[in-house]
Structure formats: C-alpha cells, structure tokens
Ligand binder design. Structure first.
Ligand SMILES: C[S@@+](CC[C@H](N)C(=O)[O-])C[C@H]1O[C@@H](n2cnc3c(N)ncnc32)[C@H](O)[C@@H]1O
Length: 309
C-alpha cells in the first residue's frame, strides 16, 4: 500500500481547516483512523510533538473528498469507508443495512449473561439461537463466535442486507454455525419452532413520525425497513413477542432492543404473550433500552424432536 508522509504540523493544520468547514472533531478523527490509519493515540502524540513525521494510508486530498461528501451530502462515514468497528469485529458496511450501533453491543453481553444463569439450561445437545432482523450480521457473528457448537439462524426480510450479512459471516465467522434465512421474522424458522434457546433482535422500532424528523445522515441513507416500526414504533416488537412462547424452547430467552421510551410497553407485551421473568435493562447512559423474558422453563413442548443439523 502506498503511504503518504506529512509532518505533524501539516496534518494538524489540515485538520483545523477541515473542522472549520463543519462537522464534529470526533467524526473527523474517526475518518483519520479508519481511512487514514492514523490512530487517536498517534494523533494525540502529534499534538505533543508536531515536528514528527506521520504516514497516512491515503492522501489528505482523498480524506478531504470524503469529509466533504459527509458534510455536503450527509453520507455516513461508515458508508464512505465501507467499514464499521463493532465489538471486536471489523464489519463490512454498505447502505444495504443499518450501521450497527454501539448500544446494540450490549444486547450480546446481556444474551451471553443469560447463559451464565444456572436456571438456564440449553439442556439438549442441539442448542439453538436466532437473530431476527440481522442486517449487517453483527449480532449473528458475535453469537456464532461465542456459542460454538450451537446452531445459529439469522433472518432478514431484505435480500440486500442478507447478502451483506453473508459477506461478514464468511469473513468473521468462517467456521460456520449460522444459517441465513430470507423472510418475515419467525416465518422462515418454522421447522425449528419450539426449539430456540436464545433469540436476540434489534427490530425497527422508531415511530413513523419520528423517522421523518431524524437527521438526514440517518433518514436519507439508512434503509427505511431497518428504521420504521409503524405508528407507535412497536409493530415489529408486537409480532416477534406474540409468537415467542410458541417458538422458544421451554426456558428459552428472548432479548429485544427498543426505543428509549418503549420499555413499559415492551415488557407488557412480553407478559401478555405468556412469557415470564420479563425484565428491563439499561444502556450505558442508564436508559431502559432492552427487554428480556423467557418461556416458562417447565412448560411442555408438544413439538416433535428435531433431526436436522
Ligand atoms: C434496526 S435493524 C437491525 C440490524 C442489525 N440487527 C443491527 O442491530 O445492526 C432491523 C433489521 O430488521 C430487518 N427487518 C425489517 N422488517 C423485517 C421483517 N418483517 N422480517 C425480518 N426482518 C425485518 C431490516 O431489514 C433490518 O435489517
């Protein structure tokens, strides 16, 4: 790869010039890191020692071109660089799917925490998880890597999102363990209904009126299918929760991400559907953004045992 050398003084002056055009320093530094391959720590070092020479992975002109596209056309930086770090993963990203958000990283921690609970018993040898509305495949990959030996299923209604998930799964979870399914929430998983020990979903949950008022960088560049949850934002949650008691294995858990003001409603939906032990969990800002509940451990399953793998 060709590297582009410049002095710290030059780079810092360039950076000030770009920020004078607009935008946030945190975003410009993210671009410098992901595209220019100049880490935040290296940037801090240059502030202390501007006489040092630095090597960028691309020219300052190329970086400026991307920065201007971001400022003028509100193109998300993740689309411009085609990548997004998420947990320990470096995901390929495009406009085909939602850019995975930082708060969703917590949903994986919460899901894996459930497995530590002694009351949770993925009793059978064919333990099974699903990710509903997988998008870029971020959560599916995290689960496939953490739960080796489990059977994984990732579902999406968008063929373009599934293609992206497949690219990411092949790169980041090459040992397999996750099947992709095109279709509507639980529908393509029908052969395994009654056998899911763990299901995660970050469904579209933004009320239609709120979607229209989102920042252009989200509203105009991320798929509507990934954002819009209907009039009250809960269309997808309702559908997912309603069937969960049939689809989960006895003792199996459903974990959902939701909008900042939907906690009570989602917990109520879970309780009304017949799920038990419904609980809210907060994001790092202390806002209730996750809901989890399980199918009663002792409930009987009238479904036949599975023979597939
Ligand atoms: C908020 S995005 C979440 C994407 C990814 N799981 C993440 O957290 O970054 C919601 C996803 O649900 C998918 N989706 C929307 N409606 C769906 C449906 N009826 N059935 C399956 N997936 C659907 C969208 O295509 C989108 O990929």
């Amino acid at each position: 790869m060709v590297s582009h050398a410049c002095s710290g003084d030059e780079l810092l002056a360039w950076r000030r010039g770009q920020l004078a055009l607009g935008g946030r320093a945190v975003d410009l530094d993210w671009l410098l890191d992901l595209r220019g391959e100049l880490s935040w720590a290296e940037l801090q070092k240059l502030r202390l020692r501007p006489e040092l020479t630095v090597s960028l992975a691309c020219s300052m002109e190329a970086l400026e071109h991307l920065w201007r596209q971001h400022l003028d056309d509100h193109v998300p930086l993740q689309h411009l660089v085609g990548r997004c770090p998420w947990r320990d993963l470096d995901l390929v990203i495009s406009s085909a799917a939602l850019i995975p958000r930082q708060e969703t990283e917590l949903l994986i921690d919460l899901a894996l925490e459930r497995l530590q609970d002694p009351a949770f018993a993925p009793h059978r040898r064919d333990a099974r998880w699903a990710d509903l509305g997988t998008g870029s495949g971020a959560m599916a990959i995290a689960l496939a890597r953490a739960l080796t030996g489990w059977h994984g299923h990732a579902v999406d209604l968008s063929p373009a999102a599934l293609e992206l998930a497949q690219i990411n799964l092949r790169r980041l979870a090459p040992e397999g363990g996750c099947q992709l399914h095109l279709g509507h929430w639980w529908t393509p998983l029908r052969p395994w209904w009654g056998h899911f020990d763990l299901v995660v979903s970050n469904p579209p949950y933004i009320p239609t009126s709120v979607v229209d008022a989102l920042e252009p960088v989200v509203r105009d560049h991320e798929p509507q299918l990934a954002l819009c949850g209907g009039a009250d934002g809960l269309d997808a949650c309702r559908e997912i929760v309603e069937l969960a008691p049939q689809v989960l294995a006895p003792g199996g858990w459903l974990l959902l991400e939701h909008h900042h003001d939907q906690s009570e409603q989602v917990l109520q939906l879970m309780e009304c559907s017949g799920l038990v032990a419904a609980e809210a969990r907060c994001d790092l800002g202390g806002v209730k953004r996750f809901a989890m509940a399980c199918r009663a451990p002792g409930s009987s399953s009238s479904l036949p045992p599975l023979h597939d793998h």
